[in-house]
Design a binder for this molecule. Structure first.
Ligand SMILES: NC(=O)C1=CN([C@@H]2O[C@H](COP(=O)(O)OP(=O)(O)OC[C@H]3O[C@@H](n4cnc5c(N)ncnc54)[C@H](OP(=O)(O)O)[C@@H]3O)[C@@H](O)[C@H]2O)C=CC1
Ligand SMILES: CC(C)=CCC[C@@H](C)[C@H]1CC=C2C3=C(CC[C@@]21C)[C@@]1(C)CC[C@H](O)C(C)(C)[C@@H]1CC3
Length: 564
């Protein structure tokens, strides 16, 4: 059992991430498992440091006395601009320094600072995805740094139990949603009226089709078209290459569907066997997660997700151990995150559009169905058009690939995000011209805010002097990065979330107000983004300290204007 060299409450000198500067810090806690100390700087910034980044006051003072003539003293708690940067930031092109020096510094920054931060993020991902918030979990994720080891142990056990419970609850909840959505009476009170027989949920042919779909998408993703892009630096400083060809893959998929229709393939088969498709996807999710877990045993330390190596089997299985599992050139996480699920989503929507015409004897799809299809297609096309940006998102940079993301990508996205279209097949809803125009405007406004905010942030991270963003007002921070404080980012602190939520509303409203079911996506999105916002703010406060508080003062609203 490793013993801590420094005790809780000790005042020591802690290295500031990404630099060789040491500041006075207080030790808050020590984690025996990860061997990391949580320390607090004088400006309130809390970080987790390795023992090698901490020095006792006496040793440090001796060192300083010896080198005083060479170094300039600085006020503690106000660190000089370091080269540390967010993992979500695209590395800036080095202009004055050489790439090697830049990479070395970046590697240093990632080793010292980002690894520990990630650990708490990982636990928050569970909350993020399912919207739960328990004191035990929060203690474990490090929000309560004074938690004792005993409490932590208890929390870990209860966390394991929660995760185990979730692994069953999530698939069953989605199944319930699908059953309800397909019923004539989709009101929550009607559940469970027409439960299907268990054996009717399985069909070998359907399973084969799902496998073929995955294979087809995997082949498309490997086609040597589109650019090869480097991902964010890994723990070992290396980068992985990704083929960005999602947009072409979408076009080729559309062509393949067109050919299938020309050959008179009956796409409404998917609607008629929707539950079987879901259970097949679920089986693939389970098998893939088991495969990922087993293969992670052979992954090196560098290839593991920072938080996916807790040693608790159920938890690690759920969260995913390996960060970027690959089979030759196929990056399984990057592939699953966008391809089969998002493509499946648009395909299923289209299938539902045809099923609606068939079931309701319509010559043309209803305006409600058309709006849902077009709005969601726009979002998916946008996602593929900006596919490269996914490489900087926390889901790719931090999170391991385990049951949670596999389920989210391959089952949750294609089967719940399509719930409005599925609902409309058996629940027609007429829309007046006024409603149609209102919904188009609403989706347009939401999309504008979503796209502009995301593109502005991305461009700013890449190069703050880019003419497209150089006019924006900013707040400098101790890490050397700035925060945008004008335009959309000066209106609310997460305008991109606001845009997404407005769009989510425009996707649900075409289904009318008879049932809650078509609002599932909106409820999921708000829960997810409100929590994601809380988690992001916590990380930003940790990272930017007082500059973040200054930003919050200047921009008091989180996601919704008028709501603090
Ligand atoms: N439909 C769905 O299921 C989901 C959709 N999404 C969408 O994905 C998109 C991306 O979301 P997400 O990955 O959470 O990333 P965010 O866009 O929320 O990124 C947050 C990061 O942006 C930086 N930042 C925050 N404020 C500022 C500022 N004022 N100026 C400059 N940088 C700032 C910080 O990173 P740094 O360290 O670089 O400063 C912060 O950590 C969103 O539009 C969201 O709606 C997300 C999840 C699910
Ligand atoms: C219940 C459960 C396990 C949920 C898992 C949630 C995940 C499926 C989603 C979390 C964030 C996501 C994002 C996208 C897909 C869904 C997941 C993975 C996304 C890649 C879709 C395309 C968009 O353009 C996007 C890049 C903005 C988006 C990012 C977040």
């Amino acid at each position: 059992m490793p013993t801590a060299r420094f005790q809780i409450g000790d005042t020591v000198m802690g290295r500031w991430p990404g630099s060789n500067l040491y500041y006075e810090v207080k030790v808050l806690s020590y984690d025996n498992k990860t061997r990391l100390y949580t320390v607090i700087y004088k400006d309130g910034t809390e970080l987790e440091l390795k023992e090698s980044d901490i020095t006792s006051l006496t040793v440090f003072k001796q060192g300083v006395t010896r080198s005083r003539s060479r170094s300039r003293s600085r006020s503690p708690g106000r660190p000089r601009r370091s080269r540390s940067r967010s993992p979500a930031r695209t590395p800036r092109r080095s202009s004055s320094r050489t790439t090697d020096v830049h990479k070395e510094k970046l590697k240093e920054a990632l080793e010292v600072r980002l690894t520990p931060v990630v650990r708490s993020l990982q636990f928050n991902v569970i909350l993020d995805c399912v919207g739960i918030h328990s004191t035990n979990l929060m203690q474990y994720v490090g929000l309560n740094n004074f938690a004792t080891n005993k409490k932590l142990k208890k929390s870990r056990i209860s966390l394991q139990q929660s995760v185990f419970f979730l692994m069953f609850l999530l698939p069953v909840a989605v199944l319930a949603l699908l059953i309800l959505c397909g019923q004539k009476d989709a009101s929550l009170q009607s559940f469970p009226l027409e439960l299907p027989a268990l054996e009717s949920l399985w069909d070998c042919q359907v399973f084969g089709i799902v496998l073929l779909w995955l294979l087809f998408q995997a082949v498309l993703s490997l086609l040597p078209v589109g650019k090869l892009v480097e991902g964010m630096p890994l723990k070992n400083g290396k980068t992985l290459k990704y083929r960005i060809n999602g947009f072409y893959a979408l076009l080729l998929t559309a062509v393949a569907v067109g050919v299938a229709m020309y050959q008179e393939v009956d796409l409404s088969y998917i609607h008629a066997h929707f539950l079987q498709f879901y259970t097949s996807a679920l089986l693939i999710v389970t098998l893939l997660s088991i495969y990922l877990f087993i293969r992670s045993r052979w992954a090196s330390e560098d290839e593991l997700a920072p938080g996916g190596n807790s040693g608790y089997i159920i938890y690690d299985f759920f969260m995913g151990r390996e960060l970027n599992p690959r089979i030759k050139n196929l990056d399984i996480k990057f592939f699953c995150e966008m391809r089969p699920g998002l493509m499946g989503w648009v395909l299923i929507n289209f299938v539902m559009l045809q099923a609606e015409m068939k079931h309701q004897n319509l010559e043309n799809p209803s305006p409600a169905m058309l709006l849902v299809n077009i709005f969601q297609l726009l979002w998916v096309v946008d996602g593929f058009w900006h596919e490269e940006k996914l490489l900087t998102m926390m889901d790719i940079v931090y999170d391991g690939f385990g049951f949670m993301l596999t389920f989210g990508d391959l089952a949750f996205v294609p089967f719940t995000f399509t719930c409005q279209a599925y609902y409309l097949v058996s629940h027609p809803n007429e829309l007046s011209a006024f409603w149609i125009i209102t919904l188009i405007i609403m989706n347009g406004v939401g999309y504008y805010i979503f796209r502009k905010a995301n593109s502005q942030k991305f461009a700013f991270r890449k190069n703050p002097s880019d003419p497209a963003v150089s006019h924006l007002k900013t707040i400098p921070t101790a890490t050397g990065e700035s925060l945008i404080v004008s335009g959309l980012w000066g209106w609310v602190r997460h305008p991109n979330y606001l845009g997404d939520i407005i769009m989510g509303l425009a996707w649900s409203l075409p289904c009318g107000f008879n049932h809650l079911i078509p609002y599932f996506y909106l409820i999921y999105l708000i829960t997810l983004l409100v929590h994601r916002n809380a988690r992001d703010e916590h990380q930003c406060r940790k990272k930017y300290g007082s500059a973040w508080d200054e930003y919050c003062k200047a921009v008091p609203f989180r996601i919704f204007p008028g709501i603090y």
